[in-house]
Design a protein around this ligand. Structure first.
Ligand code: HEC
Length: 170
């Protein structure tokens, strides 16, 4: 009897130890493989697998805030759990799978475009491995990939913080 109890207790401990000890965000991301560097695949991921409205809003921002040309007059920036974790840890370079989503609103605060940057290791080493996309609000891809416009402008901050303009604040 004692032996049986000991055996089941051992099994229980073994089971508990086998459970992965990871954060909520990572657990969420672990359910799927991150999409390829492809506008349609990224849209499906951001609206279906990991709806971006559930991500963290870029800390320190009142929503929405005034944007700078060429982005919307009003903007809102969100970051997926992979990106947020790295930002909180003060990482200078964001890891594979990080997504920063930017909503661009017009002067009437209507959503007019979505312009995310998505880190895909090996996609474009000279460009910080960022995959750039511009979508209409319904997900139509207006441009994607190594987009010259995005890269030429964001290159100003490539050494500041991995091609990112905004400063992370808690
Ligand atoms: C002429 C310069 C310029 C161009 C072109 C440009 N951006 Fe930006 N981008 C900015 C500036 C400035 C900010 C920060 C201020 C703001 O958000 O308005 C920013 C912010 C962002 C952010 C939020 C993260 C960050 O860097 O702070 C994302 C995501 C982004 N841009 C994506 C894009 C994409 C995708 C394109 C191309 C379709 C693009 N940008 C083209 C200047 C530019």
């Amino acid at each position: 009897m004692k032996k049986a109890m000991l055996a089941s207790a051992t099994l229980l401990v073994a089971f508990l130890l086998s459970l992965p000890v990871i954060g909520q965000g990572e657990k969420q991301e672990a359910k799927w493989a991150m999409p390829a560097a492809d506008g349609a695949a990224l849209w499906a991921h951001m609206t279906n697998e990991s709806p971006y409205l559930g991500w963290g809003i870029w800390p320190g921002q009142i929503v929405p805030v005034r944007g700078k040309s060429p982005h919307g007059e009003w903007i809102r920036v969100l970051a997926n759990p992979i990106a947020l974790k790295a930002l909180r840890e003060g990482k200078d370079v964001l890891p594979d799978g990080a997504i920063i989503m930017k909503e661009n609103y017009n002067g009437e605060k209507q959503l007019v475009a979505l312009t995310p940057m998505y880190k895909v290791t090996g996609f474009n080493p000279e460009g910080g491995d960022w995959f750039w996309v511009k979508y209409t609000p319904d997900g139509t891809v207006l441009g994607e990939g190594k987009m010259k416009g995005c890269i030429d402008c964001h290159t100003k901050v490539k050494t500041k913080k991995d091609w990112i303009f905004h400063t992370y604040k808690e």
